[in-house]
Design a protein around this ligand. Structure first.
Ligand code: GLN
Length: 197
């Protein structure tokens, strides 16, 4: 089986490495034709305005939307979760108006935990998956979800309280954190199981 990792900016090499460890062939997706050969797509963490601008400039937007609407699994992690969201909020400036694919009925708040040096690791219970070891790096939170999307994981953070960090809508999954940094394979195993359906 082949799974694609959107390879425009961010953590795509680390995701590809974990897929390889699970016996899956990783495809570095840069062109829309490559979507035809993959059974699922990962949109990695990185910088969401940069990734969004590159998706748009490289003409990948329509093809990824079509790919997701056909029911193919798509996992967005951190900046990738922002790219999947309909609405993006910044703590200071409000709605950012940045480019996203708008595939999931979720609102995300960027950089919700503060600066880079406030990055942390935590164990998160994610519905359908279980307890996952997660790294949060200038992470967003999933501040709202409306049908058919649903928040599937929360953390209790000492500074900002109980916040959503995972969401699902059909075979689309958004997570605020980086599984490729802790090396926890459960999210990938779940994505592979969806891709096999
Ligand atoms: N803070 C980044 C953004 O808003 C996301 C960080 C990440 O992907 N680790 O784009």
């Amino acid at each position: 089986m082949k799974i694609g990792v959107l390879a425009l900016q961010g953590d795509y090499l680390e995701h590809a490495q974990l897929l390889k460890e699970l016996g899956v062939e990783a495809v570095y997706v840069k062109r829309s034709e490559q979507l035809r050969e993959i059974k699922a797509l990962i949109i990695p963490g990185g910088e969401s305005t940069t990734i969004g601008n590159l998706i748009s400039q490289m003409g990948l937007s329509q093809a990824i939307v079509k790919y997701a609407e056909e029911g193919n699994p798509v996992l967005g992690t951190c900046a990738g979760a922002i790219i999947l969201a309909k609405k993006v909020i910044d703590r200071v400036v409000g709605e950012t108006g940045q480019f996203t694919l708008g595939l999931m009925n979720i609102a995300v708040t960027r950089n919700a935990f503060g600066r880079q040096n406030e990055s942390f690791e935590a164990t998160v219970y994610v519905e359908d998956i279980g307890e996952v070891r997660a790294a949060f790096i200038r992470a967003p939170v999933i501040s709202d979800a409306w049908s058919p999307a649903k928040i599937t994981g929360y953390i209790d953070h000492p500074a900002i309280g109980r916040v959503g960090v995972a969401a699902k809508q059909g075979s689309l999954i958004a997570i605020s954190f980086h599984p490729e940094i802790t090396g926890d394979k459960q999210i990938y195993e779940y994505l592979i199981s969806l891709a096999k359906k």
